[in-house]
Every structure is written in structure tokens, then in C-alpha cells.
Design a protein around this ligand. Structure first.
Ligand SMILES: [Zn+2]
Length: 373
């Protein structure tokens, strides 16, 4: 176990040492080079050029012992992080007792190391894969996957099931069979400027209208079915003594079901101004569909739970309001299980950390899944 722990940490540290914020193409491409090099001995690596961020990688691993018609399993990992270049200088990877810290380690560079180590372990012990394996290492998950979505969906169509190596539910360690869908909208309001003292009656306040719209948006939330609305950013006005001609807001919407996504999308685009002569333009929509609980994903979870039980693991089923690339594959109807990364806490926060004994346990689970699922 100590040797595996040292190997896992060494692989993870090498990944963390390449800083890879989604927007920094040159930095991300260096990490893509590194990952491609690490996986080249294990499978066929294809590289998909991305002009706006890091290139995406697809690795295909054959399974000569599997039935000829066996569909591949798909593993989803992203290698971009939310941490800007320079973070590493302040917070290099460090280990305190059984806890490892480092920018992007938990979300989700440790998972890339786990995938490599699982494949290498099977190869070294001569254990065949249950079915071929496809791995995607994408570079824009943290910004909603605009350039990798088509590749993810097209790859997933040919696969039997999808294993997403995002972290499990914090504290409980539960695997995820449901995630909320995420909507992102902006509202632009245009009124008419006027002097607040001389002729305020000539003005049409975009800021007052913004207030009406915020209350209308909040009223669209539905706590009984988990639909939430958050006006996260508001802007407007140019000076205290000017009737504001322009205002804008940014809205985040989360839903558990496709039906709620459709309701919210329609409602947002149907908003109308209350103030006469103020114009309203609504933009946006759902960038990730909800990962709805489905019989297919429940069945996949049950099989993984049974395999975990043979390793002495008690695996629970959970859900989260955050989205991932698993939302895309689940929406296509593919059995999708998320949260198969390492336990820990603090995703996107400076205390981001991985529990190393937990990571080794999940590494053993992942290795067993590749061999048996
Ligand atoms: Zn992630």
C-alpha cells in the first residue's frame, strides 16, 4: 500500500505542477503533452485541437480478452482547473499526515493519476479489462465545456456506460447518480437617461426596472422540486444624479429535471418590462442538462455497489446541485455514474484537499471496475 501511495502521489504531483486554468491555452497544452505521454504506453492517444483552450485528448485501450462486440466503458476526466497561473508558487503540492493539498488536486488531477495507475496495475498483474476502455481528458469543464461537449457526446454514444471521476459527495463520500442542470442567463435593460433634478420625468430608469425583474425571477424558483434561482451579478447606472439608462443582471438557475429546465427557459425568455418604454433583452439557456436519476444509472450504481462490497466497501448513492460532464452523457440516456474520484473536500477553495487512504480505496475500486464491470 505504501508503494502505491507513493506512486499515486508522484503521478498527481507531476500533474499539479503543470498549471492549467481553462483559459490558458499554452499552459494547458503543456499538460496535454504530459498526459498524452503518460498514456501512450497504455493505449492509442488522439488529440483534438482546441483553438480557445487546451487540446482535448481521447485514449482508447483495447481489451483482447473481451467479447468482440463488447462496447467500451467511458471514463471522463477534465484536466483544467479554476486556479490561475501563479497559484502553484504559493501553494505547491504538500502532504500533511494522510492529507494532500494542491491546486486542482482534488478537482480532479488525482483522478487522472488514479486512472493511469489503475490501468498500469491491471497490466502489471496480467488482469484483462472486462471491456475496451475509452478515456477523455478535456480542458474546459470548469467553464461549462463549450468546446468539448460535442466530443464527449459523440464518444459516449458508442459506449456501454460512463464513469465520471469527479470527486464524490463531500463528507459522505457518496457516488452521484443525479446532478442538477445549470442555466445561465443575462438580462439587458435599456431605459432613457435624464437629469435627476432638472427633468427626471423624462427619464426611464433601467435600474428600477431591474428591481422588478429580480423579484419576478425570484418568484420563478420552486423549492418543492429543488429549482433555484440566483441573481448573482447586477450592474447599472452611471452617477447618483442621473436617471440610469442601462442595467444588467446575470442569473444562475438550477433544476433536477428536464421538465423544470424547459419551464425555466420559457419563463426567462417570456419576461417583459413593467416600466413603459424600457427595453429588455434576455439571453442564455441551459449549458448543462440535468443528470436525472434514471433506471439505467440506478442499475449501474447497483453493480458498482456490489463490486465495492466484494472489496469491503459500503458505497452510498447521492446527488448534488453542481454540474459535470456526466450531465451530458446522462441526458443522452447512457448509464452514468459520477463521483468516482478521490474523497476529500474544498473543491474550488484554497483548502482543497484529498484524503490519501480514501484515494487508495477508490483506486482499488476503479481498478476492480475496469476488470469486472
Ligand atoms: Zn471537476
Amino acid at each position: 500500500m505504501t508503494r502505491l501511495r507513493a506512486e499515486l502521489l508522484a503521478l498527481a504531483e507531476a500533474l499539479v505542477n503543470y498549471e492549467s486554468p481553462s483559459s490558458a491555452k499554452a499552459h494547458c497544452d503543456l499538460l496535454a503533452d504530459h498526459i498524452a505521454e503518460r498514456f501512450a504506453p497504455l493505449g492509442t492517444v488522439e488529440r483534438y485541437a482546441n483553438p480557445t483552450g487546451g487540446d482535448h485528448l481521447r485514449v482508447s485501450v483495447a481489451a483482447p480478452a473481451a467479447p468482440p462486440a463488447a462496447q467500451p466503458a467511458l471514463i471522463l476526466c477534465h484536466y483544467d482547473t479554476v486556479w490561475p497561473v501563479g497559484t502553484l508558487a504559493d501553494r505547491p503540492l504538500r502532504v500533511v499526515g494522510d492529507t494532500a493539498y494542491g491546486p486542482g488536486l482534488y478537482d480532479m488531477k488525482i483522478s487522472i493519476a488514479m486512472a493511469e495507475l489503475a490501468l498500469r496495475t491491471l497490466r502489471e498483474t496480467g488482469q484483462p479489462l472486462a471491456r475496451p476502455l475509452t478515456l477523455l481528458f478535456t480542458a474546459d469543464e470548469e467553464i461549462g465545456s463549450p468546446t468539448s461537449r460535442a466530443l464527449i457526446e459523440q464518444t459516449a454514444q458508442a459506449c456501454a456506460h460512463v464513469l465520471v471521476l469527479e470527486p464524490p459527495v463531500e463528507r459522505t463520500g457518496a457516488l452521484k447518480t443525479a446532478r442538477k442542470g445549470c442555466g445561465a442567463f443575462t438580462l439587458d435593460l435599456r431605459g432613457r437617461a435624464a437629469h435627476a433634478g432638472v427633468e427626471p420625468e423624462q427619464g426611464r430608469s433601467a435600474v428600477t426596472e431591474l428591481a422588478h425583474q429580480i423579484l419576478a425571477l425570484n418568484a420563478l424558483a420552486d423549492p418543492t422540486c429543488g429549482t433555484t434561482v440566483n441573481v448573482g451579478v447586477v450592474k447599472g447606472g452611471t452617477g447618483r444624479n442621473v436617471v440610469p439608462a442601462e442595467a444588467q443582471l446575470e442569473l444562475d438557475v438550477r433544476v433536477w429535471t428536464q421538465a423544470e429546465a424547459a419551464r425555466m427557459e420559457a419563463a426567462c425568455h417570456a419576461l417583459t418590462p413593467v416600466t413603459p418604454e424600457v427595453q429588455l433583452v434576455v439571453r442564455g439557456g441551459f449549458n448543462r442538462p440535468p443528470m436525472e436519476s434514471s433506471p439505467a444509472s440506478a442499475a449501474l450504481f447497483a453493480r458498482v455497489q456490489a463490486i465495492g462490497a466484494t472489496l469491503g466497501l459500503t458505497l452510498a448513492e447521492g446527488r448534488t446541485g453542481g454540474g459535470s460532464d456526466g450531465n451530458f452523457t446522462a441526458a443522452l440516456g447512457l448509464p452514468t455514474l459520477d463521483g468516482l474520484g478521490a474523497p476529500g473536500q474544498g473543491a474550488h477553495a484554497t483548502h482543497e484537499q484529498v484524503d490519501l487512504p480514501g484515494a487508495l480505496t477508490r483506486l482499488a475500486l476503479l481498478t476492480a471496475l475496469l476488470e469486472r464491470l
